[in-house]
Write a protein of this length. Structure first.
Length: 403
């Protein structure tokens, strides 16, 4: 089978996903077109250089609807002969775009793809597209549906993580992200967002709160306690599914959960012939990809079984992985991953994660693959694994090898 290589990976800075965020004036299609143009310019692409653009975005309504991928191609400077495919695997949409592209290349369906995603959470509200699992009572009752925040608290309760554990991880995420920016570790990948006049709108992740400490986080009230215990009382639903638990411990809040932000990211994937034809040197090999379905109530434990699956498929062991990117949707997700595999925390999210810098849903999967690649190159390490938890109970993962 043909091998799939990563030739480039880039992203925008992440802007606060609200009306006063720096990227709020930028549409989803414009931000997408901008990052596609960056891939084109950085790699000297002309004509029908890639087979397709596969683009993840989660809330596919309004400006993010109508096959945003094709709209972005048409607004960009890419040739109009390049089609576009919009996909949605919730938080793993950007990763799934990369994995689909890699497997298309491996299967011989074209020499190269641009894959990634976007989410303008300040312009298109999360959940505004509706979801049967949340609003259709027949499905909600069958799956014992609870909101993600409750699921994160179930993980903490089930696996014994305290509020202090979660807060400590959040403080460390902020510290690492600030250190990474201070050390210019993202310089290779960041594409500043500019307006029509060429003036820079945003060149730095603006959600970060580097001064965060345990004392500050201790003042925050649990975000999901009221909906769990009072109205509509989701804890009762959870305890019907997990009767061995006496109660749900509500430990998550805004400071130890991922931030709502705007952002986009893209990865250029191709075979060896593509690189030779365009004078490009591959940076990494995509060794394996995987996805899996999991318990839809606890919902966010997917990184554990999907990592087990991808390692088995690749004939590898957890000890073969040098670095990990585990999306910080909630602190308990990462804590459970490290607990399950007995992974040293110094190898996980070494430059911070979504708690510090934010989680632009459709883009995050592509962002963490790029972050992983940059860090493998910076440190001279060989192999990395990126994984995300996914709404409705799923997991996705990608293993890359630095070249």
């Amino acid at each position: 089978m043909t091998e799939a290589f990563i030739y480039d990976a880039c992203r925008t800075p992440r802007g606060k996903g609200r009306a006063d965020g720096s990227l709020h004036e930028v549409t989803s299609v414009a931000l997408s077109a901008g990052i596609l143009n960056a891939v084109k310019e950085r790699n000297g692409l002309t004509g029908h250089a890639v087979e397709d653009v596969i683009w993840g975005n989660v809330t596919q309504v309004g400006e993010q609807g109508g096959c945003l991928a094709r709209s972005a191609v048409l607004l960009s400077d890419l040739d109009e002969s390049i089609p576009g495919l919009a996909i949605n695997r919730f938080c793993a949409s950007g990763m799934e775009a990369v994995n689909l592209a890699a497997n298309q290349v491996k299967g011989g369906a074209g020499q190269a793809y641009i894959a990634g995603g976007v989410e303008m959470m300040g312009r298109v509200a999360m959940g505004s597209d509706g979801a049967a699992i949340a609003v259709d009572p027949t499905l909600a009752m069958k799956t014992y549906f609870v909101p993600q925040g409750i699921s994160a608290d179930i993980i903490a309760t089930e696996y014994g993580f305290s509020r202090a554990d979660a807060d400590a991880l959040a403080v460390e995420s902020q510290r690492r992200a600030a250190a990474a920016w201070a050390d210019n570790r993202f310089a290779k990948s960041i594409v500043p967002v500019k307006d029509r006049n060429g003036l820079t709108i945003l060149a730095h992740d603006e959600f970060m709160r580097p001064g965060t400490d345990m004392a500050a986080l201790a003042k925050l009230d649990p975000s999901f306690k009221a909906m769990g215990e009072v109205m509509p009382g989701f804890d009762k639903i959870a305890l019907m599914k997990y009767p061995h638990l006496e109660r749900i411990e509500h430990i998550h809040h805004a400071g130890n959960s991922s931030g709502i932000v705007d952002g986009a990211a893209a990865v250029l994937i191709g075979n060896a012939e593509f690189g030779k034809a365009h004078g490009l040197k591959p940076r990494a090999r995509i060794r394996a990809t995987a996805k899996i379905g999991t318990d839809p109530t606890i919902m966010l434990t997917g990184p554990v079984p999907v990592t087990e699956k991808i390692l088995k498929d690749a004939g590898m062991h957890i000890s073969d992985i040098d670095l990990f990117e585990v999306n910080e949707a909630f602190a308990s997700v990462v804590l459970r991953f490290m607990q399950a595999f007995e992974v040293d925390a110094s190898k996980v999210n070494v430059n911070g994660g979504s708690i510090a810098m934010g989680h632009p849903l459709g883009a995050t999967g592509a962002i963490i693959i790029g972050t992983l690649l940059d860090e493998l190159e910076r440190t001279g390490k060989g192999t990395g694994l990126a994984t995300l938890c996914i709404a409705s109970g799923m997991g996705a993962a990608t293993i890359i090898e630095r070249l």
